[in-house]
Design a protein around this ligand. Structure first.
Ligand SMILES: [Ca+2]
Length: 326
């Protein structure tokens, strides 16, 4: 093959891969749980979805809150979701006049109740189900950067902890800079065989990056998908461009009829395994003295071996060059 042909083949393959990456639909699109353009025929109502408070419908996006103080808005699927294994992808845009300071962020929900406003990103506290918070304002004193994404599973009895920005009861979290981007930003929640994975595509590379993953997450069927946002003294526009729910096909045990699934109480099967990325960092820094000693010992041993081998090679080389001279 000539150089030109090779280059053309490489370019073609690249574009094919880029298109494939953008079209990587994870399953069967469930329209009754999805929000797609055109959202509304009359600008007043959206089929299958209800909204409340300061929500604004336009042709190109649904604005949960405007960039004004003290606003809140929410958008809820009207149809309970009986899909067992799913992936929920949300195309969003968070933007506003504040260069680095903004608030509060928005939340994705899979919960028992719907359309109930409250203090958690515009929705009720002590929710039952799963909440994912895309938090743009640091309320607590902890030394982490923002925006910050945090997940929480709740059986209806635990309050969201604003003082730690939800980290107190978090099942996983990550940093993600998603504000004021001039390209498309996405978040995905995948719930397959009781494993919950949150991924983001916020770098403009059409690539999913894992935020966190938790095994053994018990969530019943029949809950509602929703999204809500709030502003405080600081504000942002919180816009939703699309929401897509895909049914993911999985192989299942023939005896598993999933009958009791609707009565499951939201919880973690292995609560000890649930951890946060900052807990990881803490674990790594608070290594025991013995581990530190082992690490230092291995490091010194490695250095010693390298020095000896290097010296041997150096000597061989010297011998050879001496031989060449004679
Ligand atoms: Ca916050």
């Amino acid at each position: 093959m000539t150089g030109k042909r090779v280059a053309a083949a490489v370019v073609c393959a690249y574009f094919f891969l880029v298109i494939a990456a953008q079209d990587d639909e994870p399953g069967y699109l469930k329209r009754e749980h999805s929000l797609l353009k055109p959202y509304s025929g009359n600008g007043m109502s959206i089929p299958m979805w209800d909204f409340r408070d300061n929500v604004m419908i336009t042709n190109n996006f649904i604005r949960l809150t405007q960039d004004h103080q003290g606003k809140r808005g929410s958008l809820w699927n009207r149809v309970p979701c009986f899909v067992r294994d799913w992936e929920f992808r949300v195309h969003f845009k968070v933007h506003g006049g504040g260069r680095s300071l903004a608030a509060d962020g928005f939340a994705l929900w899979y919960t028992k109740s719907r359309m109930e406003p409250g203090p958690v990103f515009g929705s009720r506290d002590e929710f039952t189900g799963f909440g994912l918070f895309l938090d743009t304002y640091k309320n607590g004193p902890q030394a982490v950067s923002f925006p910050f994404i945090t997940g929480m599973i709740n059986n209806g009895s635990v309050a969201y902890d604003h003082q730690t920005d939800g980290r107190k009861n978090s099942i996983g979290n990550c940093l993600a800079t998603f504000r004021n981007k001039d390209y498309d930003t996405y978040i995905s929640v995948r719930y397959v065989k009781q494993e919950l994975t949150v991924s983001v595509d916020v770098d403009g590379k059409s690539e999913w990056k894992e935020c966190f993953k938790v095994e053994g997450v018990l969530l019943p069927t029949g809950y509602f998908l929703g999204v809500s946002a709030a502003t405080g003294d600081l504000a942002d526009n919180h816009d939703i461009l699309s929401m897509k729910l895909y049914e993911v096909e999985v192989e299942r045990d023939p005896n598993d009829d999933g009958l009791e699934l609707s009565s499951v109480i939201p919880q973690l099967k292995y609560p000890d395994r649930s951890k946060t990325s900052s807990d990881d960092a803490h674990r790594n820094t608070s290594m025991s003295g013995f581990k530190l000693f082992l690490l230092a010992f291995c490091g010194l041993l490695g250095l010693g071996v390298c020095l000896v081998v290097g010296f041997m090679i150096f000597q061989k080389h010297q011998e050879r060059s001496r031989k060449r001279f004679y």
